[in-house]
Design a protein around this ligand. Sequence first.
Ligand SMILES: NC(=O)c1ccc[n+]([C@@H]2O[C@H](COP(=O)([O-])OP(=O)(O)OC[C@H]3O[C@@H](n4cnc5c(N)ncnc54)[C@H](OP(=O)(O)O)[C@@H]3O)[C@@H](O)[C@H]2O)c1
Length: 271
Amino acid sequence: MSTVSSTSKPVVWITGASSGIGKAFAKKYALHGSDLILSSRRKEELEKVKDELIEISPRSEILILSLDLAKEEELADKAQEAWDWKQRIDVLLNNGGISQRSLFLESDMSTLRTLMEVNFFGSLALTRHVLPKMVEQGSGHVLVTSSVAGKFGTKFRSGYAASKHAIQGAFDSIRQEMYEYNIAVTLICPGPIKTAITQNSLTGDGKAFGKMGDLHTQAMDADEMVQKIWKKVVARKEEIVVSGFKERFALLLKRIAPRLLNKILQRSKVV
Ligand SMILES: NC(=O)c1ccc[n+]([C@@H]2O[C@H](COP(=O)([O-])OP(=O)(O)OC[C@H]3O[C@@H](n4cnc5c(N)ncnc54)[C@H](OP(=O)(O)O)[C@@H]3O)[C@@H](O)[C@H]2O)c1
């Protein structure tokens, strides 16, 4: 069993680090003295994030490890590469993902599958490959960026909500199995955050939506979101909800008056 020596820094692996919430987390972890592994598909964007991180935290060492969460067959090797870098991974933040902007009846099955592959199976596979190494090192923290869409479904999000509900169930179960190994599992459930998520969302035929939605233009930005929840992240809380009043109220209704929430959501036009 290996331990972090007094001279080594924690190693944090973040997927979806090229943009939005993942990039904001990368800055925060770097400022707090971590070494970072940055992953997503676009290597050139990751290089830009790396340059920014070196500016704000010159002591942080950074590895760029590009990967596609939809290519499950490559993720075992990626996890091995991530581990081989420093022979440890203290934090795995499964954050990479895509959203959806299509009615169910206008969504190809292949689009619904892509949402599950990237958001759910991609994160699940990386976690499956990293956890044995965390067990071996005797500690670890796995986080997943779920969503309030992991708690209730809305129009235009059938595949997205499915992938986030699947995350909630799987990682709640994994958490229970990991207690005895000193490994924490944190589910982060944001409401709308101002990132490129809407532009990158899939329409029914799998093409990008390409524009910003009304829901996100007024929303909290990603740096502010990370700042707001940082203490809870460090405290390894089991679940962290970060949203505006509307989503918090919806979550309350889901628990105490689900039929009323359903009625409200049926009338909602927000894309
Ligand atoms: N913004 C919100 O309102 C909101 C709310 C709740 C939850 N979330 C969740 O937060 C996470 C981050 O989203 P964001 O808001 O920061 O959006 P974003 O700016 O679009 O970032 C998405 C990230 O995921 C990466 N990614 C997408 N597909 C990938 C794939 N196949 N393989 C590997 N990486 C992939 C993207 O990088 P590349 O393009 O370089 O691959 C990018 O770094 C997502 O899981 C999202 O569901 C967001």
